[in-house]
Design a protein. Structure first.
Length: 290
């Protein structure tokens, strides 16, 4: 029954291509923190990263609770789904389901975030647009997702400010010990755990291409179908806990740094994000690192 399972008391809500995979990997190491084997449960968002409707929320709270069955008394329980930041349905669903949850957002320079997301989508054959076309069309996946103020202000309207911590990619990777310690304090767990962990300086998934983009898309489609089946979903979670799905993903990946963004495109985007960045700075009462 759901009552016997500890649902999340914290969520990492995004942003996409902002360091959430690195953060998930680090938090999963902490003995006082429980995270499910599935990095992106995607329960509260209606649409996936490619704006295809998935809506696992309709599966119900019992479906969600299954991801936390391995909980074993840790002080903090959470999950990491970057789409929660930008999905229009997610904030209110979270508030209604987990009214006292703590929220962690890790943001990245929106120009670099857009370019990184575009490069990933291009490698997976998820777009045929040039990046300049994506900018001109204000393609939601790559461009609008960098409008952080518009997304975060909804969470600040629904939750008390002391329930939200916002950190920045550019600052985190300069001093990961400090920011992991701050997150641990926020979650009320041991904040000295990462002091001697040199691996926190390593990026979990360097920029990559794929041996077969077709296989990536087939794997994602199969995973979606399996997740909606209660029995097969348990099998998938078992495979994830044993690292099988992650191994398959890595076998199909080839480390290949992304090209640098065109200077003209960067200037266009910097101007586009200017007002949103200023508004976000006022909301957070902080000078932003980009």
């Amino acid at each position: 029954m759901v009552s016997k399972i500890h649902l999340p008391d914290f969520l990492v809500i995004g942003a996409e291509k902002g360091g959430t995979t690195w953060l998930y990997t680090q938090l999963k190491k902490h003995p006082d923190i429980f995270l499910p084997a599935t990095k992106e449960v995607q329960f509260f968002n209606k649409y996936n990263s490619n704006l295809i409707q998935r809506d696992y929320f309709q599966q119900g709270i019992d479906w969600y609770a299954n991801f936390f069955k391995q909980y074993n008394g840790q002080k903090a329980v959470g999950e990491v789904t970057p789409m929660y930041l930008c999905d229009a349905e997610a904030p209110l669903r979270i508030k209604q389901t987990l009214p006292h949850v703590k929220l962690i957002a890790i943001l990245r320079n929106p120009v670099q975030r857009a370019w990184s997301h575009y490069c990933m989508a291009k490698n997976k054959e998820h777009t045929k647009l040039t990046f300049r076309e994506a900018i001109r069309q204000r393609e939601p996946r790559f461009i609008d997702r960098g409008l952080y103020y518009n997304q975060l202000k909804i969470y600040y309207q629904l939750f008390q400010p002391n329930k939200i911590i916002v950190i920045f990619y550019e600052e985190v990777f300069k001093n990961p010990e400090h920011w992991l310690s701050e997150i641990c304090k926020f979650l009320s767990v041991d904040d000295s755990f990462y002091v001697k962990d040199s691996s926190i300086h390593e990026k979990v998934f360097p920029a990559s291409a794929y041996k077969s983009a077709k296989w990536v898309n087939i794997q994602n489609a199969i995973t979606h179908k399996i997740r909606k089946n209660k029995t097969l979903g348990k099998v998938l979670n078992w495979l994830k806990r044993r690292g099988v799905t992650e191994c398959l993903k890595k076998l199909n990946a080839v480390e290949k740094p992304y090209d640098k963004i065109n200077e003209g495109d960067a200037i266009l985007l910097k101007e586009f994000y200017k007002e949103d960045i200023a508004a976000l700075s006022l909301l957070l009462k902080k000078e932003l690192p980009f």
